[in-house]
Write a protein that binds this ligand. Structure first.
Ligand code: HEM
Length: 517
């Protein structure tokens, strides 16, 4: 054979071989989704109104399980089924590239260039250590630890006393009335819950329970409010795209200045004071535990900035999320008195008059199921916390391009009739088996519930959060009926009417707490 023919043949074979091999990585189609200028405008409107989750719901209906929205310089991908979220975030061949966080203005600005756990990146070697430290500091007071239980119990006793004393604290003619010998009072549930959770948070962090007018209470509330504004996807999205806005007079500069100020005030109280007054070897709370770790690390990696960022993470996660879960739950109970009665029946039967304890959880499966159903039905973190895809991945014959922003659309997944029968119904029983026991976390139905995320970045505070909510609900329902307000408006259960910020939240509301007889 002629050398030229041999050369040609070899070239053809090489090309064919290359095509065969490279076919494995052939560029599959992009996920479907809105394209063009119009969709860009819709996306911008949705972000500005803080209702991105509602637009993402429309797109899920239109385009299906995975939706890609193209914006200049960025692909935004919505994962609209539990299967897609699990496969993308936690399957062995994808998890190493899908668990980064995107670089956002709020993380850069608030968390000192992503020096925290929530917004930091696994590519930073210090992040893994920081995450481990966060886990161990939660365990310091965490689930099952007596100290955590007694901290919450002490606060719950105080909370109960505050409720019982309300008639003398507020104007009796306005808020307290006696009907047929049964004492009931109409209370601002949002204030009541906020202060109580702040007390627990403060004890966890510093070992001290503050008075309602203490500096630390006001400072945490202010930090919470300011951060919630900056972390709102619309503000954050705008600042990420146009970071110079922080220097121009106007709304965005004020938002940044407020966050800066409230962060400094918070750190004065929670960090600097703790550092000055601590006794090494005798940790009073999480801040001291972190400072002890800093001593051990001997300047190696754990800086003051890291500790301050972990404190901010704890404030954001341990206060905001639990408050929302409790307020959502108490609102559902006002609408669904039969659910209240069933929880009370369980409490009366298994606990009686003594203080509820963590170990009671296993004997109150219905109450546990109600907490799960509230998380499912409300989906108050509707798009999870965004991830970023470090490399292109293939899912279901679709390519999710490198650098895509990933949103776990639990707002849609939790209403998927293929995952949850009659999803719009509030039905805690779906999480119980035929014998009335709570189905295991490994049960396929529970696997569809993704309120705490999935994979490597899944929430490390799940047990902590659910346990605390359990103790609050059982203690309050042991003593009180929770009824709709008489003098104020009863908020509707319509989830899409809730306000959005860093997460969806209910407007402040009142309800009636009636002493049980
Ligand atoms: C009902 C209450 C809570 C809900 C619904 C919730 C939900 C979530 C979600 C959706 C994520 C993001 C998961 C992902 O990126 O895939 C997350 C992350 C996180 N949560 Fe929670 N959370 C709650 C309570 C808590 C509590 C009480 C703590 C701590 C005491 C906590 C600590 C964290 C941390 C540190 C992360 C970041 C983990 C990482 O990026 O690696 N959370 N949470």
């Amino acid at each position: 054979m002629e050398p030229l023919t041999i050369g040609l043949l070899l070239s053809v074979v090489s090309v064919v071989l290359y095509m065969l091999v490279s076919n494995k990585h052939a560029p599959y189609r992009l996920p479907p989704g809105p394209r063009g200028v119009h969709s860009l405008r819709v996306l911008l409107d949705a972000m500005l109104s803080g209702k991105l989750h509602l637009e993402a719901e429309n797109w899920a209906k239109q385009y299906g399980e995975v939706v890609l929205c193209k914006v200049p310089g960025r692909n935004i991908v919505f994962l609209n089924s539990s299967r897609a979220i699990r496969e993308v975030y936690s399957s062995k061949d994808r998890e190493h590239v899908t668990n980064d966080r995107p670089h956002t203005f709020s993380g850069w600005f608030t968390m000192h260039r992503y020096s925290d756990v929530i917004l930091g990146s696994p590519t930073d070697p210090r992040w893994t250590k920081l995450r481990k430290l966060f886990h161990s500091s939660i365990r310091f007071y965490g689930d099952g630890v007596e100290r955590f239980e007694s901290t919450v119990q002490i606060e719950l006793r105080r909370l109960t006393e505050r409720v019982l004393a309300t008639e003398t604290v507020t104007s009796p003619s306005e808020h307290a009335q006696s009907r047929g010998g049964i004492v009931e009072r109409e209370l601002n549930m949002s204030d009541l819950t906020s202060y109580s959770l702040l007390c627990v948070l403060s004890v966890l962090l510093t070992g001290e329970c503050p008075e309602p007018d203490a500096d630390v209470v006001q400072r945490i509330k202010k930090f919470d409010r300011d951060v919630n504004i900056l972390f709102n996807p619309s503000t954050d999205g705008m600042m990420t795209a146009l970071p110079f806005l922080r220097h121009l007079p106007g709304y965005y500069r004020n938002v940044c200045r407020n966050v800066e100020r409230s962060r400094a005030d918070l750190m004065d109280t929670l960090f600097t004071e703790a550092k000055q007054t601590r006794q090494p070897g005798q940790p009073r709370g999480i801040v001291d535990v972190l400072l002890e770790e800093q001593d051990k690390a001997q300047g190696d990696w754990l800086t003051d900035t890291h500790i301050q960022c972990v404190i901010m993470d704890t404030v954001i996660t341990a206060y905001l999320t639990s408050r929302e879960t409790l307020l959502d739950l108490f609102l559902y109970l006002q609408h669904l008195p039969e659910v209240t009665r069933k929880i009370q029946a369980e409490v009366d039967h298994s606990i009686g008059d003594r203080m509820p304890r963590i170990e009671d959880k296993s004997n109150l499966p219905y109450t546990e199921a109600v907490i799960l159903e509230v998380l499912r039905h409300s989906s108050f973190i509707p798009l999870g916390v965004p991830h970023e895809c470090r490399e292109a991945i293939v899912y279901n014959e679709m390519t999710i391009p490198k650098g895509s922003l990933l949103f776990a659309n639990t707002w849609v997944c939790h209403q998927d009739p293929n995952a949850f029968e009659d999803p719009t119904d509030f039905r805690p029983e779906r999480f119980l088996d035929d014998s009335g026991r709570l189905i295991l976390a490994t049960n396929p139905l529970r696997q569809n519930l993704l309120s705490f995320g999935a994979g490597k970045r899944a929430c490390p505070g799940e047990n902590f959060a659910r346990t605390r909510v359990f103790l609050y609900v059982t203690t309050l329902l042991q003593k009180f009926d929770i009824l709709p307000p008489v003098k104020h408006e009863l908020l509707p259960l319509q989830r899409d009417s809730w306000d959005s910020g860093a997460m969806l939240h209910l407007k402040p509301y009142h309800c009636v707490l009636r002493n049980r007889v």
